[in-house]
Design a protein around this ligand. Structure first.
Ligand code: ADP
Ligand code: MG
Length: 310
């Protein structure tokens, strides 16, 4: 039996495909993927790679498309989520294939993009208090005709859905088998399609799971050797946005937990990344890092990003 390469799970942030200020044309998304995929292609020579990704802007665009057309039936959020797993999976897979070809990798590398369900608890308190804004902004008059839960923001009204905790990855067994067979697996897109289990059946629910927390559940399930959360910042900083802001480079669990308690990492952005990595490092003792998308390789080498250590 040959020695297996270590497993590297990389969670790609929203800006891997659409950067701030971009509308998200197909060309932009392919272009943005170039650098992350080049790095991942190189890393895949030494690691068995699993890729997860966000889908916020893509869900937003699909919702906007369906809200602006009454001739075609509107799809529920779970179906929109599945659509984005397909479109983003395709973009990642084809960009990675190109990167491997450009590197001159001769041997065949198998890939698979997997539609992934993630189980949530129907009694999760998050369902009582929807907090996650999604889709377009509405005027007061438009909002009055809608049956969604809405929040008022500076730019108008916006639909909000619950963001329950991920409990288990439904396709975990399949993912493990594919990793063992040396496939590069792209999965858990957008945090997975949230489902609740009723006896042996799963049904989709209207919610959005945080992709960093879902990726952490997967990283623990597959016992990843390294778990990387790649975003548009160098890492996690304390006193973010203040003159005394300080990037954390190597930080021990007890210390970062103190910073969490002190409120340095907001919900909905850095908070879930830090918690995702804490949960992973605590339960596996393996390496967990938050870094910039441009620094994925450097952070594997230990010279960039915020690494949370035991
Ligand atoms: P992603 O799409 O990668 O999940 P998010 O926007 O959710 O990205 O989270 C990354 C953002 O978190 C950064 O762009 C930064 O503005 C913000 N942020 C908030 N607090 C911090 C902090 N303490 N350290 C670093 N970044 C932070
Ligand atoms: Mg995020």
């Amino acid at each position: 039996m040959t020695d297996k390469k270590p497993i590297l799970l990389i969670a790609l942030g929203g800006n891997a495909l659409i950067q701030k200020g971009q509308t998200g044309t197909a060309d932009q998304q392919f272009e943005n993927l170039n650098l992350p995929m080049k790095q991942i292609a190189e890393l895949s020579r030494k690691y068995r790679v699993v890729i997860t990704h966000g889908n916020g802007p893509q869900v937003g665009n699909l919702l906007l498309q369906q809200e602006s057309c009454d001739e075609v039936p509107k799809m529920p959020l779970e179906v929109i989520g599945a659509m984005t797993q397909g479109q983003i999976g395709y973009m990642i897979e084809s960009s990675l294939d190109t990167a491997l070809m450009e590197m001159g990798v001769d041997e065949e590398q198998d890939f698979v993009s997997l539609i992934t369900y993630v189980v949530v608890d129907e009694n999760d308190p998050a369902f009582q208090k929807p907090t996650k804004p999604i889709g377009p902004f509405y005027t007061e008059a438009e909002a009055a005709k809608l049956s969604y839960n809405l929040v008022k923001t500076d730019k108008g009204y916006r639909r909000v859905v619950a963001s329950p905790k991920p409990v288990a990855i439904v396709e975990c067994k399949e993912i493990k088998k594919l990793i063992d067979m040396d496939f590069i697996v792209i999965c858990c897109g957008g945090g997975g399609i949230p489902v609740v289990r009723k006896e042996r059946r799963f049904s989709g629910v209207e919610a959005v799971i945080d992709k960093d927390l879902a990726s952490s559940v997967l990283a623990r399930e597959i016992n990843a050797d390294i778990f990387i959360v790649a975003s548009d910042v160098e890492g996690a900083a304390v006193d973010w946005g203040k003159p005394e802001q300080r990037l954390l480079r190597k930080v021990a669990l007890p210390e970062i937990k103190e910073y969490v308690k002190a409120g340095h990492f907001p919900e909905g952005s850095m908070g879930p990344k830090v918690n995702a990595v804490i949960q992973f490092v605590e339960s596996t003792g393996n390496r967990g890092i938050i870094c910039n998308l441009d620094d994925i390789q450097k952070s594997v080498e230990g010279v960039a990003g915020t690494e949370i250590c035991q």
